[in-house]
Design a binder for this molecule. Structure first.
Ligand SMILES: NC(=O)c1ccc[n+]([C@@H]2O[C@H](COP(=O)([O-])OP(=O)(O)OC[C@H]3O[C@@H](n4cnc5c(N)ncnc54)[C@H](OP(=O)(O)O)[C@@H]3O)[C@@H](O)[C@H]2O)c1
Length: 428
């Protein structure tokens, strides 16, 4: 096959420019690896005359990305504009309806509309691929949908947001509070001016929703995920966790129990010496457990121009060879509706209480936990000067509902000076 694969590139920001650099710098390598030339024929962005540091003169310009998706000289649209709806969705739909393949990095769109778009792609016999939407440069979509396709997946867990991991590791490294580290991260370009999407856990949760669908052959179901961000993780908890041999990570976990899917994105304690505990800075890590393979661990850059463009071009090369697989590993019509679990699985917890320094207080807390069926694994009273005595407790495995009941009771004690903190300890 010597016909070139002709690309329409919608979006010329960080990722779009990264795609152009790969196509321009590695034309010969791509031709060899794809079995035919890969050429960009048309591009689209909002500002036509902005200098983007790459040569664009050879490409046709479209102000409207939807028009780009209709062009006769485009076989495949790369959608790297972003946004759940708006031009990204309109462009993707138009391309698929017009028989063009789509490669996208857009987790927001895929988490919200992935099922509808997968149906459309499959109906039109074209590919819709989204490797770059999950964990940037790490080829985890391919791993789940192709390399591990012969496994019943039991669990997927991962650190999926570099901004959050950077903030948490910097808090531990420097001893600075959340707000100060966030400000530094914004100055260094690791966090957006409005960081809510990252620090609130939403970006990582969108990726987890996509991984869940791939792992368990269910329709993407972003709405039923448990999502908790890192905004309330205190330096005190990071330091106490470290003393106890743990690190706090924003961890995504998806697993099936009794036919129900439990997907959670929340700060968790993991052993400091585990692989997940050891990842630092903006690195992402995904752990996949399958019945035949056991455990697979993938780590690498979860964002950035080069890594994200690398994932996009991997998808493009597959399409160039004519590989058109079901979007979520199973034909869209065969994906089961998600069956979200109503409760979270049993786990051990890290608890922190601030109690009055009076005889009998600790015993009262231990009794309240015991009466809820929660047994204590380790307990430590932290050095203090005034303003209450911090107490740390690591529980044995317990139900979250039993724990919530006990904590509500303890919070009502006069001797309890602050709302108790509870952080899940994930078995990794
Ligand atoms: N950056 C990363 O590291 C990364 C990693 C993984 C996934 N992603 C995903 O990749 C996508 C792109 O991210 P990015 O960082 O490259 O974003 P970006 O730097 O903000 O670039 C967005 C591009 O889309 C263009 N655009 C926006 N609205 C448009 C419209 N209505 N018509 C035509 N063009 C339009 C913008 O044009 P102008 O330049 O003219 O404004 C810009 O070139 C997002 O879905 C993001 O979630 C990014």
């Amino acid at each position: 096959m010597t016909q070139p694969l002709r690309i329409g590139l919608a979006g010329l920001g960080t990722v779009g420019v990264g795609v152009i650099r790969i196509v321009q710098d590695h034309a010969e390598m791509l031709r060899a690896r794809a079995g035919r030339p890969i050429e960009i024929t048309a591009v689209s962005a909002r500002s036509r005359h902005r200098d983007r540091g790459v040569a664009l003169a050879a490409y046709a310009w479209e102000d409207d990305p939807v028009a780009l998706a209709r062009r006769d000289d485009v076989d495949l649209v790369i959608e790297v504009m972003g946004g759940e709806n708006g031009p990204a969705k309109a462009t993707t739909k138009t391309a698929l309806e017009n028989g063009k393949h789509v490669v996208t990095a857009n987790k927001a769109m895929m988490a919200r509309h992935g099922h509808e778009l997968a149906e459309l792609a499959e109906k039109n016999g074209v590919a819709l691929r989204f490797e770059a939407a999950v964990a940037g440069g790490i080829p985890v979509v391919k791993a789940l949908s192709e390399g591990l396709a012969a496994n019943a997946i039991t669990r997927v867990l991962g650190v999926l947001n570099g901004t959050c991991n950077y903030i948490l590791t910097e808090m531990e490294r420097t001893g600075a509070a959340y707000g100060k580290v966030l400000e530094d991260a914004q100055r260094l370009g690791y966090a957006e001016a409005d960081p809510t999407f990252d620090v609130g856990g939403f970006d990582a949760a969108q990726k987890l929703a996509l991984l869940t669908s791939l792992a368990f052959n269910t329709r993407v179901d972003y709405d039923n995920l448990t999502i908790e961000g890192i905004e309330r993780v205190s330096l005190a908890d990071i330091e106490h966790a470290a003393e106890l041999g743990y690190r706090i990570k924003l961890l995504g976990v998806t697993q099936v129990e009794n036919g129900a899917v439990e997907s959670r994105m929340q700060p968790c304690l993991v052993p400091a010496e585990s692989l997940l505990g050891e990842i630092e800075g903006v690195t992402n890590m995904v752990v996949i457990e399958g019945d035949s393979v056991g455990r697979i661990i993938l780590a690498g850059p979860g964002a950035g121009e080069g890594p994200t463009a690398s994932a996009i071009m991997g998808d493009v090369i597959d399409v160039a060879w004519g590989l058109i697989l079901p979007v979520f590993g199973h034909p869209a019509a065969a994906l089961a509706p998600s069956n979200p679990s109503k409760t979270s699985s049993r786990a051990a917890y890290y608890l922190r209480f601030l109690l009055t320094d009076a005889p009998g207080t600790l015993a009262k807390v231990a009794t309240a936990l015991g009466e809820a069926g929660i047994s204590i694994n380790r307990m430590r009273q932290v050095q203090h000067s005034e303003g209450g005595a911090p107490v740390l407790i690591l529980t044995h495995e317990t139900d979250r509902s039993a724990l919530d009941g006990a904590l509500a009771r303890i919070a009502g004690f006069e001797a309890c000076l602050e709302t108790p903190v509870a952080i899940r300890i994930e078995d990794v």
